[in-house]
Design a protein around this ligand. Structure first.
Ligand SMILES: NC(=O)c1ccc[n+]([C@@H]2O[C@H](COP(=O)([O-])OP(=O)(O)OC[C@H]3O[C@@H](n4cnc5c(N)ncnc54)[C@H](OP(=O)(O)O)[C@@H]3O)[C@@H](O)[C@H]2O)c1
Length: 322
């Protein structure tokens, strides 16, 4: 049994990671880090944490526990680097929420710490474990659409106000780009780069017009790959819409409606005909890959190199290099 701690018992940890760890036959929820002892206790009771003393407000004390083997980090983006480095130095394996960090320097320091301490660092891009996305990706690689020409994704939600931590420079560096855009960039590269090469050019427009946030509220990213194929990403926290992905090639198109999000559901069409897939919990797939890597000493499906490249594209999008 792999004992796993949660750092940051917030929305995604409570809603997805904790249930996935409880469901997985080889993992158990062990301890939790929160700034509030009340929140830690509530989380410990709700999710039946197994350690004798499961609640911590200090990371070093949580990491000093020899019974702890791995952590899931689900804290604001600015905290990721320091927490990953501390966990790696304590010899704990890490499943880290996206985006990896807020600068390339941080990414490099995190990679060094994980390599030196021989711990797994897996990036939580759960949309790669959406059963329909996986089926499409493998068939596209086998030539379903012929040469790929264009990838388009539109994914938005309506934030209720400007108070989200992603909107604050102390805790985030991007808003719509970190909430949704980082997933979209990951999917665009996952689908396109195996046949069309790396992103060779990118450009972006952002808007901050609804909440007057210091960070992007909407972003439109345009990418060109080495082959000349292109991609468009439109993300926003200003308005609600159903997500949509379109992939175009010489032999046709794929449309995916409502597949983005946490649930693993949605509809997929290939040249207008419904494409059937068996929905699965993407967070369980992601956790399973993490567990396999810990047990086999193998590399995660989405590792720190991918995470760093994603951060580089996020920085390009806001016109910053570091
Ligand atoms: N894979 C996905 O689809 C997905 C979806 C949502 C979020 N995420 C990622 O998961 C991470 C957490 O996001 P979330 O939406 O779960 O956020 P959230 O609900 O606000 O939870 C974040 C947690 O981090 C802790 N925290 C520590 N220092 C904090 C600070 N200075 N400000 C705010 N919170 C702080 C908080 O726990 P205490 O207050 O108890 O200390 C809080 O519960 C982010 O990296 C995000 O990008 C991923």
């Amino acid at each position: 049994m792999i004992n796993i701690a949660i750092l940051g018992p917030g929305g995604i940890a409570d809603d997805q990671h904790a249930p996935a760890v409880k469901f997985h036959p080889q993992t158990q929820l062990w301890s939790v880090l929160s700034r509030s002892s009340q929140r830690a206790h509530a989380f410990a009771i709700k999710h039946a944490l197994a350690a004798k003393n499961p609640c911590f407000s200090d990371l070093d004390s949580l990491l000093a526990d020899p019974g702890l083997e791995a952590v899931i980090i689900a804290t604001p983006d600015r905290l990721h680097a320091e927490q990953v480095i501390a966990c790696a130095q304590a010899g704990k394996h890490i499943l880290l929420e996206k985006p990896m960090a807020t600068s390339l320097k941080e990414c490099e320091a995190m990679m060094r710490a994980c390599e030196e301490n021989k711990v797994v660092l897996a990036l939580a891009y759960h949309l790669r474990w959406h059963a329909g996305h996986r089926l499409m990706a493998s068939q596209i690689r086998e030539g379903l659409l012929g040469t790929l020409r264009h990838f388009r994704v539109h994914w938005t939600f309506a934030a209720k106000d400007g108070s989200n931590w992603r909107s604050s420079p102390e805790t985030g560096r991007w808003w719509s780009l970190a909430a949704n855009g980082t997933h979209c960039l990951d999917l665009a590269r996952w689908i396109m780069t195996p046949t069309e090469g790396e992103v060779s050019h990118s450009t972006c427009l952002i808007s901050q017009s609804k909440f007057n946030s210091p960070h992007d509220e909407s972003a439109i990213v345009a990418l060109r790959f080495e082959s000349g194929a292109t991609a468009e990403i439109c993300v926003s926290v200003q308005y609600q819409s159903e997500s949509r992905i379109e992939i175009y090639g010489d032999l046709g198109e794929i449309r995916m409606e409502g597949t983005m999000g946490r649930h693993g559901m949605g509809d997929i069409f290939h040249n207008g005909k419904r494409f059937d897939f068996q929905p699965q919990n993407p967070f369980l797939g992601e956790l399973n890959n993490f567990v396999e890597c810990i047990q086999a000493g193998s590399k995660p499906e989405v590792g720190p190199k991918e995470g760093k490249r994603n951060v580089e594209l996020l920085l390009n999008a806001i016109g910053q290099a570091q």
